[in-house]
Design a protein around this ligand. Structure first.
Ligand SMILES: NC(=O)c1ccc[n+]([C@@H]2O[C@H](COP(=O)([O-])OP(=O)(O)OC[C@H]3O[C@@H](n4cnc5c(N)ncnc54)[C@H](O)[C@@H]3O)[C@@H](O)[C@H]2O)c1
Length: 294
């Protein structure tokens, strides 16, 4: 049976992007948030992304109406019971995700595939709380989802080859370029990226360079499209902190350990772009490096 209807759990940074690309690819999408307010905010992000496309004449007003017409919001997880695949993009917490999967497992029919967008948690551990380990995969999208081509499709030891291929083809159908990865925390990209980002924070802590110079160094010296501290602000420092803790817990290697400065910034609510301040202050245009971090 081909995948037609899609459920998305969580309409934050990633969930809103995932819901958008699924609707753009022609799927009917039901997206769940925990409150009406957060749902409005999440769906608002999709609308403003599409509106900007209309302003830039990349999207027609008719296309925007068509895409938005395929999206339905809900706060009731049970409404996802009609979906062929459910993609979960809630906060990076195993407890929160487990709770979602236990409820969904009871609500969804046998054929529904579950896919987690987790960056670092174990797909196997989440699959184990359901009775459908063979129909459970990782679908790891990248931020911003409508623009980034990559999706890591992750198999656990329980995932059946049929479900894996179905999920892989589904990602291709969204216009993405999927790659295959095994369920080792961080998969391929974060395994390599996270130690680099954490090292950039350590370089700042140790006074190797300023925020601007660390970013400029990697942009101009290595032709990266943005520096590591700017990238951290995009990803979200709270999310990065959770990912680093999970990866450190798994590998027990110093390169994955979150530096104290990252922890302090998360405690202070400096989570990056989504909170208005991180390594840069986004209330200014252009954003200014934050004072007092090194
Ligand atoms: N931020 C990134 O660049 C990035 C990239 C790839 C993957 N991820 C992964 O995607 C997931 C979400 O990250 P994010 O950056 O979108 O976080 P976010 O904080 O922007 O969004 C998470 C959303 O989940 C909602 N939520 C929490 N519990 C819920 C529940 N039970 N039901 C429905 N919604 C619920 C929250 O209200 C919030 O809006 C995490 O697992 C993260 O590791 C993040």
């Amino acid at each position: 049976m081909a995948i037609q209807t899609v459920g998305v759990v969580g309409c934050g940074l990633m969930g809103s992007g995932i819901a958008q690309v699924c609707a753009e690819a022609g799927h009917q999408v039901v997206v769940r948030e925990v409150s009406d307010d957060l749902l409005r905010q999440g769906l608002g992000k999709i609308e403003s992304f599409l509106k900007k496309g209309v302003e830039k004449e990349k999207v027609t007003p008719e296309r925007m109406t068509e895409v938005l017409g395929r999206l339905q919001g809900t706060t009731d997880l049970g409404r996802l019971s009609s979906c062929d695949i459910v993609i979960e993009a809630v906060v990076e917490s195993l407890d929160a995700k487990r709770e979602v999967y236990q409820t969904l497992d009871k609500a969804c029919p046998a054929h529904t595939i579950f896919a987690s967008n987790t960056s670092s948690l174990s797909i196997t551990e989440m699959a184990a709380v359901t009775k459908r380990g063979d129909r459970f995969v990782g679908l790891h999208f990248f931020n911003p989802v409508p623009l980034m081509k990559l999706v890591e499709v992750v198999r656990s030891p329980l995932t059946s080859p049929e479900s894996f291929e179905k999920a892989f083809e589904f990602a291709q159908g969204l216009g993405k370029s999927p790659i295959r990865a095994a369920d080792k925390t961080g998969f391929i990209v974060n395994r390599l990226l996270v130690p680099y980002l954490l090292d950039a924070i350590r370089a700042l802590e140790e006074g190797v360079g300023s925020i601007e110079d660390i970013d400029k160094g990697m942009q101009l010296g290595c032709a990266h499209p943005m520096g590591p501290l700017t990238l951290l602000d995009f990803v979200g420092l709270d999310t990065t902190y959770s990912i680093a803790n999970i990866m450190f817990d798994e590998f027990r290697e110093k390169r994955f350990a979150p530096p104290p400065l990252l922890k302090r910034m998360v405690q202070a609510g400096l989570s990056g772009r989504k909170t208005g301040r991180g390594f840069y202050d986004y209330s200014k245009e252009p954003p200014k490096p934050m004072a007092g971090l090194s």
